[in-house]
Design a protein around this ligand. Sequence first.
Ligand code: CP
Ligand code: NVA
Length: 309
Amino acid sequence: MNVRHFLALSAAGPDALNAMIDDALTRKAAREGLRKGARDADAPLDGYLLAMIFEKNSTRTRVSFDVAMRQLGGSALIMEAGSTQIGRGESVADTARVLSRMVDAIMIRTDDHAKIEELAHHATVPIINGLTDRSHPCQIVADLLTLAENGKTLEGLELAWFGDGNNVLNSILEAAGLLKFNVRIAVPQGYDPDAAFLAQARSNGARVTITRDPAEAADSADVIVTDTWVSMGQDHAAPKLAAMAPYQVNDGLLAKAKPGAVFLHCLPAHVGEEVSESVFEGSRSLVFDEAENRVHAQKSILLWCFGKL
Ligand code: CP
Ligand code: NVA
């Protein structure tokens, strides 16, 4: 079998994505009452080792992959780029070839998406995208899982996004095309998501609209989503913050969505900026389920990469 890299959601495709969600739901339910560090009964990754390379900060991705590997019976090690030879300029190609001799899979969080593609090109073990400036596919598996466990049917779902057209939105668009849900995007002029992701979602049959009017996007939506206005590696530029201000998710905006609409945010959040405290802490907010689900989603992603799903 070819090496299964998870650089993008489309690497898996719709059937595998649905299988990941189902498996995560099953494994999560089966762990009821277990300690967080306890192994799943079948320990399917016994003996497997994951290396995690971080060129950017992380709390959820870092801990959830580590916990996921432990629960699946394997283990993980962390490489902070700054204290490795990568940080001193050792090539991506050599890093890929060396690590492929030592570990069973590599997760990397980096800036330039080309770097992860180069890593995958030279590696002989699965490479997992733990976030780049372009996309954040692992996050979206957790988001889809969170929606599924809250009774949302993904096909035909109306998801509304507010604020910055960033890496997380790009991956939502990719998922929309694969699983046939619709995306209303309310972002200021100049902050649209990547044109290639927009085109791909539309050509795959998702209805995607872009508006400068947040109320229009929120109208009768099933899911309200936002993310930080300033992603890692970006400047806190005053003009950008000013442009984003009308796109805050607050009670007024949520009131326009369907009565059963839920709120998602990948975290970390900047409460008072992209989301009001009332929405963030309110009953429609699933943000901490979403964060927990990173663990369950990572397990499905890892199992898929190792051909066990
Ligand atoms: N949502 C997310 O990826 O969080 P971290 O940056 O903490 O990993
Ligand atoms: N868009 C954010 C997501 C953080 C998980 C960033 O790239 O910083």
